[in-house]
Design a binder for this molecule. Structure first.
Ligand code: BF8
Length: 635
C-alpha cells in the first residue's frame, strides 16, 4: 500500500492529496505528521489545565507525580477533562437548536419572511407535546410553541419536555439516578462548574453530571434542532443525490456550503436556482451555478433537496484544492482554521456568515434570519463574480461520484414499512422478532486523520449488513459509506445478508439508511422509542437488539453523542483514538463495565473495524437471547 492509500480508501481523496503534494499545499494529514509524536499525557487524559497552579500531569507509569498541585489524582483529572468535552459538545448542538428555535420565533412575529411552516403535522405534534391548546390559530400556535421551545434552554427545574418521548422504563432509570435534564443551559453550566478546581472530585459523580448534560443535548438541544428544522425547512422524504468530489463541475460556478446550521444554506439552495443569478453566471461564461456541500450542512440540504455532497470532514480542504471552487461559505462547527491558508493558494473566496465563527482577514457577510434570502443571493453573486478569476490550468476535479438515497426519518420509517395509511412500526419490529433482521446499528461520527479515512466506517458497515443488521447513519459516517455505494437500494443485493436483502427488496430501501446530520442522531432516539412503544422488543431502549458506533470520531460533539446514547441504554463503541480517559483505570472500567449495570448501556473502545462489528453482533445476539428470540432467520 502506498502512502496515499494508507491515508484514505477514497480514490478521489487520494487523487487530490497527490495534487496537494505536488503543489506543496499542506493538509490535515501533513499537519498531523508535524504534531507527531503527540503528547502522551494529553492522549491519556492526564494533563490538567483547570487552574493556574498547573499545568499538572500525572505520571502514567506510577513513578513520578500521582497528583496535581491541588491534590487531584488521575481519576479526577481524566473525568474532568472528559466531562468538559461533554459540556462543549452539548453546547454546540444545543446552541444550534436555539438559533433554529429563535428563527421560528422571528417567523411567528412576522420578521423572517423567507421561511414558512412547511411541516404542519410536526408542528401539531410538538404543540401537543408542549400542551398548547389545539383550538388556537396557527399563528398563536407557532408563537406559543417557539416561546416554549426557547424556554427549554433557560428552564431551572422540572424536566425537558422531549424526555417524555423516551419509554417509561427509561424515564424511571433517569429519575432514579437523578440525570433527567432540567434545562439545557443549566446542565452545561453545572457541568462546567462542577469540573472547575476544587468542586467535584468524585469521578463517578462527575460522569453522572456529564450524562445529565449529554441527555440535555440528545433529548433537548439536538432534538429541538431536528424537529424545528423539519417544521420550517420541511420534513425530509427519501431522495436521490450524488456524493464525492466529482460533483464539482468544471464549467459551472461552484459554491460549497460547509458547517452545520441549514438556516442559511437552505436559502443558498433557493438562490442558486434564482433565474437572474443563473443568467448572470452564464454571462460570465459558466453554464450555470452548482451548489454542493461539505459535512453536516451538506447532509441537511441533501436530505431536503438532493443537493450534491462534495465530501466529508477530511475533504473540506480537498474541495478547494480541486481549484474549482469559487466560494466556500461556512457557518459553524468542524470548519478547519486551515481553510483560509488553503483558499489563499487558489482564487476561492472563503466567506464566514456567523458572528460566532470568524477568521482573521476573511470576508464576513453576516447572516440574519430577517434578510436570509438577500444574504444568500449576495454570497452567490460574489461566487459568480469570482468565476473569471479561476485558473483553468489548475483545475483537477476527480471523476469519482456515487449515487445515494438519503432522507430517512422516524416518520418515513413508519410510512415505508407500514404503508402511508397504516403507519406503524409493526413490520420493523416483526422483522426483528422473526430474525429476518438480526438487529439495528447506528454508525455515526467523523473522520480523523489518525485513522485511514473512510476505512473504518465502510468496513464496519459492510460487515454489519452482511450479518442482517440494518444500519442507520448520520454525519460524516453516512457520507463515507455513500461514497462506497452502500446507500443505494442496489447495495442490498451485493452486500446484505439474505434477511436484510429480502426487506430492502420488498420496500425498495438501501441496507444503510441516511438519517441526516449529527443533530439528527436525535431521530435515532425517537425511532428507538417508537420501537419499544410498538411492543414485542422489551420495555426499555436497552432491551432492543441494537448497538452504536463512532468508528472515526474526532469531535467533542461525538463524545456528547456517545454519552447520551450510553445514558439512553445503548452499547456504544468508539474507534481507535484514545478517549482521553485511558490514564485512569478506574474511570475506564467505570465507562466500559460498571455503567452497564447503572444505565443499561456502556462504552467500548476498539481499533479494528471487523472486531467492532463482531462486538456489536455479539451484543445484539445477547439482547435477542434475553428477549427469547431465535437467532437470525438465515445463517
Ligand atoms: O456534526 S460527523 S466531523 S461534520 S462532528 Fe463534524 Fe464529526 Fe462530521 Fe457534523 Ni458531526
Amino acid at each position: 500500500m502506498d502512502k496515499l492509500e494508507q491515508k484514505s480508501i477514497d480514490l478521489a481523496t487520494q487523487e487530490v492529496l497527490k495534487k496537494a503534494q505536488d503543489e506543496n499545499i499542506k493538509t490535515a494529514w501533513d499537519r498531523l505528521e508535524l504534531q507527531e509524536p503527540q503528547c502522551g499525557f494529553g492522549q491519556l487524559g492526564l494533563c490538567c489545565t483547570v487552574c493556574d497552579m498547573g499545568p499538572c500531569r500525572i505520571d502514567p507509569f506510577g513513578e513520578g507525580a500521582q497528583v496535581g498541585v491541588c491534590g487531584a489524582n488521575a481519576d479526577t483529572i481524566a473525568a474532568r477533562n472528559l466531562a468538559r468535552k461533554i459540556a462543549v459538545g452539548a453546547s454546540a448542538h444545543s446552541d444550534h437548536g436555539r438559533d433554529v428555535a429563535y428563527t421560528l420565533q422571528l417567523l411567528s412575529e412576522g420578521h423572517a419572511h423567507d421561511y414558512e411552516i412547511l411541516d404542519m403535522e410536526k408542528l401539531k405534534t410538538l404543540a401537543q407535546e408542549f400542551g398548547i391548546d389545539a383550538n388556537k390559530t396557527k399563528e398563536q400556535f407557532v408563537k406559543e410553541l417557539s416561546k416554549k421551545l426557547l424556554d427549554e434552554f433557560g428552564k431551572q427545574e422540572g424536566e425537558l419536555v422531549f424526555c417524555k418521548r423516551a419509554p417509561k422504563e427509561r424515564q424511571a432509570i433517569w429519575k432514579k439516578l437523578g440525570v433527567t435534564p432540567r434545562g439545557i443551559d443549566r446542565e452545561v453550566v453545572e457541568l462546567l462548574h462542577t469540573t472547575t478546581m476544587g468542586v467535584d472530585n468524585d469521578y463517578k459523580n462527575i460522569i453522572t453530571t456529564g450524562m445529565r448534560c449529554a441527555l440535555s443535548d440528545g433529548w433537548g438541544g439536538s432534538m429541538i434542532a431536528t424537529d424545528v428544522q423539519d417544521i420550517i425547512l420541511g420534513g425530509p422524504v427519501p431522495i436521490r443525490g450524488k456524493v464525492n468530489l466529482g460533483v464539482l463541475k468544471e464549467n459551472y460556478v461552484n459554491i460549497v456550503v460547509h458547517g452545520h446550521e441549514p438556516i442559511l444554506s437552505e436559502m443558498a439552495v433557493k438562490a442558486s436556482q434564482d433565474l437572474e443569478l443563473v443568467k448572470l453566471a452564464k454571462k460570465v461564461g459558466a453554464e450555470g451555478i452548482n451548489l454542493a456541500g461539505i459535512c453536516c450542512t451538506a447532509n441537511e440540504v441533501l436530505m431536503r433537496h438532493g443537493i450534491a455532497v462534495a465530501g466529508n470532514f477530511l475533504q473540506q480542504e480537498l474541495a478547494i484544492i480541486t481549484g474549482s471552487v469559487e466560494v466556500m461559505m461556512v457557518d459553524v462547527q468542524c470548519i478547519m482554521p486551515a481553510l483560509q491558508e488553503v483558499a489563499s493558494c487558489f482564487h476561492t473566496k472563503l466567506i464566514t456568515t456567523n458572528p460566532k465563527a470568524r477568521f482573521p482577514g476573511v470576508t464576513h457577510i453576516e447572516f440574519e434570519p430577517k434578510k436570509a434570502y438577500e444574504v444568500a443571493k449576495q454570497i452567490i453573486k460574489l461566487g459568480i463574480e469570482n468565476f473569471s478569476n479561476r485558473n483553468k490550468e489548475r483545475v483537477n476535479i476527480p471523476k469519482q461520484e456515487m449515487d445515494l438515497v438519503a432522507g430517512f426519518t422516524k416518520e418515513i420509517v413508519f410510512q415505508i414499512l407500514g404503508g402511508r395509511y397504516r403507519s406503524t412500526y409493526k413490520p420493523l419490529n416483526e422483522a426483528i422478532i422473526s430474525g429476518r433482521l438480526r438487529g439495528l446499528a447506528g454508525v455515526v461520527g467523523c473522520n480523523n486523520p489518525k485513522q485511514r479515512h473512510d476505512y473504518f466506517h465502510t468496513m464496519l458497515v459492510k460487515e454489519l449488513i452482511k450479518n442482517d443488521i440494518l444500519v442507520l447513519q448520520t454525519g460524516c459516517s453516512a457520507i463515507a459509506c455513500a461514497k462506497q455505494g452502500l446507500l443505494i437500494p442496489e447495495a442490498a443485493k451485493i452486500y446484505a445478508g439474505k434477511g436484510l436483502q429480502e426487506i430492502c427488496e420488498a420496500v425498495g430501501i438501501p441496507p444503510v439508511l441516511h438519517l441526516g446530520s449529527c443533530v439528527d442522531n436525535s431521530r435515532i432516539l425517537t425511532a428507538a422509542s417508537h420501537i419499544i412503544e410498538e411492543g414485542g422488543l422489551g420495555e426499555d431502549l436497552s432491551d432492543i437488539p441494537a448497538a452504536g458506533c463512532a468508528p472515526e470520531w474526532m469531535s467533542e460533539k461525538a463524545i456528547t453523542i456517545g454519552f447520551y446514547f450510553v445514558a439512553s441504554g445503548v452499547y456504544t463503541i468508539f474507534g481507535a483514538s484514545p478517549f482521553a480517559t485511558l490514564g485512569s483505570k478506574n474511570l475506564t472500567d467505570y465507562l466500559t463495565k460498571d455503567l452497564a449495570d447503572i444505565v443499561g448501556g456502556r462504552f467500548e473502545f476498539c481499533d479494528d473495524p471487523l472486531k467492532m462489528a463482531q462486538l456489536m453482533i455479539e451484543h445484539i445476539d445477547k439482547k435477542r437471547k434475553a428477549l427469547n428470540l431465535k437467532p437470525r432467520m438465515y445463517d
